[in-house]
Design a protein around this ligand. Structure first.
Ligand SMILES: NC(=O)c1ccc[n+]([C@@H]2O[C@H](COP(=O)([O-])OP(=O)(O)OC[C@H]3O[C@@H](n4cnc5c(N)ncnc54)[C@H](OP(=O)(O)O)[C@@H]3O)[C@@H](O)[C@H]2O)c1
Length: 307
């Protein structure tokens, strides 16, 4: 599997361009162990957590897998997220960020995580508070580098006003079912269309921020052979079938290859807990779709012609 570097001036980690999202790990240690070992065998070394996944259960289950396989952390790069109190609030206060990291480390059974992302923008974000939290977390050695998730360019700029550490990652939703960040660049001046992600793909490339695509497979969408194909997926599913035949691979690999074809050199965070699908998706790292193939899938998924 190809790798890329987390764009940090001094601490850039070499990571697989497809990572494993741990949101669906739950409490099944056996199955999680199978998934993690299959991932490592296929060349994945990057694991994405959040304090809220399974209300902490996913991090605990992952820790059990690490305990059973003591050496596997050596080449792993582990990231987690904080800043959401489910159903109640977003919280970028100093106390919340620092205590969340303590909880993450305790559940994972680690002294340090490589990356920490702020999970969703906090409307009451005070950049000075975030800066104080990041400084302490860096000084204490608990977190090596920092990033955000679901942030717009201006929200990142606002943080940069106070935060001294580089913001090196922005994790956003991108898939054949979540096209907004691609669409807006060509639709922004058309009637009835809004540029809602405000140029996030261009901004991240300009500012050396690694884009992580979350929910890249979008479940079983565009998978050939389903009994019922939603009307809006008929055309895309037909294109997917042709591409799977041509490249002799599963849809998961084509979905990954489609995102990796974007010149931003993004990292794709898949959420499968199925060892076979994890292995199948890894093949996407070696497939380079042609420009025509990329656009065929894009136009079919977007459901309307190009402007
Ligand atoms: N930052 C954020 O706000 C945010 C939000 C959501 C997620 N995330 C991150 O992104 C990661 C991935 O998210 P995700 O799990 O939604 O992503 P995903 O990779 O798009 O979807 C994975 C899910 O789709 C299923 N699936 C894939 N192909 C399928 C097929 N052909 N038939 C049936 N089921 C299929 C998988 O089942 P199997 O397990 O059977 O393969 C799994 O349940 C998460 O783990 C998390 O780390 C971040």
């Amino acid at each position: 599997m190809r790798s890329l570097t987390i764009p940090h001036p001094s601490k850039g980690d070499l990571v697989s361009n497809i990572g494993i999202g741990c949101m669906r790990f739950g409490s099944d240690v056996e199955n999680t162990e199978k998934a993690v070992l299959a991932a490592l065998e296929s060349g994945y070394n990057f694991f994405d957590h959040a304090d809220i996944y399974g209300r902490g259960e996913c991090e605990r289950t992952f820790a059990e897998v690490l305990k059973r396989n003591s050496k596997i952390t050596e080449n792993m790069v582990i990231q987690s997220k904080c800043g959401i109190v489910p159903g109640e609030r977003f919280d970028f206060s100093y106390e919340h960020i620092t205590s969340s990291v303590d909880g993450i480390l305790q559940r994972l059974g680690l002294d340090m995580i490589d990356g920490l992302l702020l999970h969703r923008p906090d409307i009451l974000c005070e950049p000075d508070e975030v800066a104080r939290a990041f400084d302490d977390l860096e000084k204490s050695g608990k977190v090596r580098w920092f990033g955000v998730s679901n942030h717009t360019p201006l929200q990142i700029e606002l943080l940069k006003k106070s935060v001294e550490q580089p913001i090196v990652v922005n994790q956003i939703e991108l898939s054949l079912k979540a096209l907004r960040a691609f669409n807006e660049g060509i639709d922004f001046n058309r009637q009835g269309e809004f540029a809602t992600t405000m140029g996030i793909l261009d901004y991240c490339q300009l500012n050396n921020i690694l884009i992580q695509a979350w929910s890249p497979l979008a479940g079983a969408s565009f998978t050939p052979g389903r009994e019922e194909v939603p009307t809006e997926e008929i055309e895309g599913t037909a294109v997917m079938e042709q591409l799977c035949k041509k490249y002799d691979c599963m849809p998961a690999a084509i979905k990954v290859a489609w995102l990796l074809r974007h010149p931003s050199n993004m990292q794709v965070i898949i959420g499968s807990v199925n060892a076979e699908r994890i292995q199948a998706a890894a093949e996407g790292s070696d497939i380079r779709l042609t420009r025509d193939e990329w656009y065929q899938l894009y136009i079919a998924a977007r459901g309307k012609r190009l402007p």
